[in-house]
Design a protein around this ligand. Structure first.
Ligand SMILES: *Cc1c(COP(=O)(O)O)cnc(C)c1O
Length: 217
């Protein structure tokens, strides 16, 4: 990660590693924690809730990186420090309500469906600005950036245009919506995180490259 940052003149401290622990059992997660990982990512609220309870003695921060249904949004706001998967106004309204009742800002990223793939979650590119504008009235929703899971390409170099597109979308959105500085870009996984860092990622989500030998899929 540091080498990728240096290649493009970025400060490696601008990029955080999220160790993705979905399907990984607690003993293997403990090994990762012992090795120095402090930020963990989970896809599902229930699975995360169980692990968070079992690992509560460690100074760990948890992010939700999977799709979030509105009916699970309340526990999500209590369990996670950052939710990467805001993808509708309905969910935004629910999160804002929870923020009001908990008395805290709910930190989120907007997930963008860059490839327009029907199998994937996220807002389409042309729905991003309307969503951001619609959210401006919410007092307890902190939209801090964008997240994407670009279409898979065997050669990670072929994902670069998608990462670049997400960065440009962010730049454009931040300009037209000054309420939201959108400092985070959550992009890059095991096989393409270096390219993502070269294109401006601030959060990379890495699962198999860390847990391969241990994960049961
Ligand atoms: C599983 C997952 C990852 C990690 O993918 P790897 O290829 O195992 O690194 C990253 N982001 C999301 C949203 C995921 O679901």
């Amino acid at each position: 990660m540091a080498e990728a940052a240096h290649r493009v003149g970025r400060d490696p401290d601008e990029v955080e590693l999220i160790a993705v622990t979905k399907t990984v059992q607690v003993p293997a997660i403990r090994e990762a924690i012992d090795a120095g990982v402090t930020l963990l990512g989970e896809n599902r609220v229930q699975e995360a809730s169980d692990k968070i309870a079992l690992l509560s003695m460690f100074p760990i921060t948890w992010h939700l990186i999977g799709h979030l249904q509105t009916n699970k949004s309340r526990p999500a706001t209590e369990l996670f420090d950052l939710i990467h998967s805001l993808d509708s106004l309905k969910l935004a309204a629910a999160l804002d309500r929870h923020g009001v009742s908990l008395g805290k800002q709910i930190r989120v990223l907007v997930e963008v469906n860059l490839g327009g793939e029907s199998s994937k979650a996220g807002v389409l590119e042309h729905d991003l600005l309307p969503l951001l504008h619609a959210c401006q009235g919410f007092t307890h929703l902190a939209i801090e950036g964008l997240m994407a899971i670009p279409p898979f390409r065997r050669n990670p170099e072929d994902v670069r245009p998608s990462f670049r597109k997400l960065r440009l979308l962010r730049d454009e959105a931040a300009k037209t919506c000054p309420d939201y500085p959108l400092r985070h870009l959550s992009m890059g996984m095991s096989h393409d995180y270096e390219i993502a860092i070269e294109e401006g990622a601030t959060l990379v989500r890495v699962g198999t490259a860390i847990f391969e030998a241990k994960s049961v899929v």
